[in-house]
Design a protein around this ligand. Sequence first.
Ligand SMILES: Cc1ncc(COP(=O)(O)O)c(C=O)c1O
Length: 356
Amino acid sequence: MSKVFYGMSGSDANETQAKLVWYYNNLRGKPSKKKIISRERGYHGCSIVSGSMTGMSFYHDHMDLPLPQIVHTGVPHHYWGRNPGETEREFSTRRGEELDQLIERLGPENVGGFIGEPVLGTGGITPPPEGYWQAIQAVLKKHDVLLIADEVITGFGRTGSMFGSQHYGIEPDLVTIAKGLTSAYFPLSAAIVGEKVYKVMEDGADKVGAFSHGYTYSGHPIGAAAANAVLDIVEKEDLPGNARDVGAFFQAQLQEKFAQLPIVGEVRGVGLMGALEFVADRKNRKRFDPSLKVGARVSKAARDRGLIARAMPHGDILGFAPPLVTTKGEAEEIVALAEGAVRSVMDDLVRDGERI
Ligand SMILES: Cc1ncc(COP(=O)(O)O)c(C=O)c1O
């Protein structure tokens, strides 16, 4: 990576990324290469372009979004998306083929960028299936499409590597960062620009003038000071290493305590991010009736026990993102509180006559 353009939020950083993709292709003499592909259930913010990138209809409905320049492709979630008998690798290959077909349909001369979170965050804390990023990157290379890695959640250690891109062998052209950059103590985000894009911008600036884009608060000194203080601690205390070690323990605990429960369809996660997906029928992969609000009830039961774990929007999902300084003892405590919450809701469902 080469240069950093600072902003105040993940949303505005992704607006910057879209402009970079468009500016880059204009400077390269490819003015039609403008569409940006994102994934269903991806989350990239809620401003006009970033909200369009977000692959969740409730961020679009009644707000005239998504913009026509933004197109969505299938969610990389093997549990719900797989065909009968399809392995993770086969599923990833299929997602790659679908992307290839989508780009062919739109015309490769019309597709400029692809944006994705290394691990789906708001869309359900879903790590990519095996081979997913390799399959996607091969298609993007083939069609000369820029890859934007949205590391707003995965940046600065959450997966157990400093960046999710490193964790999954992703080689992005542009990277979006926010949250962990200041541990969210101050609003600071950034669009990191890779050398390939920057080189074109640098050469082009002589012809068309500077990249006219900037906010009053871009690179705010208080944000920069907060980021420097936070990143010193991230490095000194090796928080990515802690997320890797404690994260492995946390993931094992989640598997041990939840994988066999009759209402748990999938236990998933990486490092210090994880999720439980609740289903009415494990064998036939059937969801609970949404009116039962199982996810929200588990989240409330957890909170009643002193644990903040989020009910995620796409189904009955309980999401965990404990602090990167979490110890093994605390991870155990988190899992024990969550187990109490899940079992209490399970008991209520049985009492109310649900067949589980
Ligand atoms: C992956 C990702 N990208 C972008 C955003 C948007 O960031 P912000 O809420 O700071 O605009 C978020 C926020 O949760 C996010 O998780």
